[in-house]
Write a protein that binds this ligand. Structure first.
Ligand SMILES: [Mg+2]
Length: 186
């Protein structure tokens, strides 16, 4: 059998989207994330902590900007997570663009800035589940992406974040690497 195909989500897994999304909308990221974790752990969007319609939050005009996306900070576990995953399987970044072309362009630039202009190990689509098959493994922080991928016969692992049910896990990188290894050996 060939290598497993590993699809790794970008926002919330590799890059700290929420931090900058909060910052450009006038919220203090540290304070907001602490309250989110304490008051509404596991909530996809903490309406008590951020009194805003989630729809408006995620379509805020400052997000319609290439610089926003290309300058997102990688999480401190990103490099090790990525390099360990590449030892385990064939890795592609799998990221859903917003409705703004600037988003896709900025995400592409983010990857090129790290991996060079010929880098092509990525797929931008909102239809992640279309890539599901029995040797595919999706790593994603959104429960709906995990479940739709599994529904189509793929393997998917939820990446622990305060906005999903794995909010109590403190070390997401090691959790994910063990989960991937377990899956491959089962
Ligand atoms: Mg994500």
């Amino acid at each position: 059998m060939g290598k497993h195909e590993i699809y790794i989500d970008m926002d919330g897994v590799c890059v700290d989207f929420i931090r900058d999304a909060l910052l450009v909308q006038g919220y203090d990221p540290e304070e907001t994330l602490i309250r989110w974790k304490a008051e509404q752990p596991g909530q996809l969007f903490p309406t008590e902590v951020i009194p805003k319609d989630p729809e408006n939050f995620f379509t805020f005009e400052a997000l319609d900007n290439k610089e926003f996306w290309m300058n997102l900070k990688p999480y401190d576990w990103f490099e090790e997570l990525y390099s360990e995953l590449t030892k385990l399987g064939s890795v592609l970044f799998l990221s859903a663009p917003t409705g703004s072309p600037a988003c896709m362009s900025g995400k592409h630039q983010w990857l090129i800035n790290r991996f060079g202009p010929d880098f092509s190990n990525f797929i931008f689509t909102r239809h992640k589940d279309r890539l599901a098959h029995s040797r595919a493994i999706l790593i994603d922080d959104m429960p709906f992406n995990v479940s739709s991928f599994q529904d189509r016969g793929g393997n998917a692992i939820l990446f622990p974040r305060i906005w999903n049910k794995l909010h109590m896990i403190e070390d997401p990188k090691n959790y994910i690497l063990s989960a991937v290894k377990n899956l491959m050996s089962s």
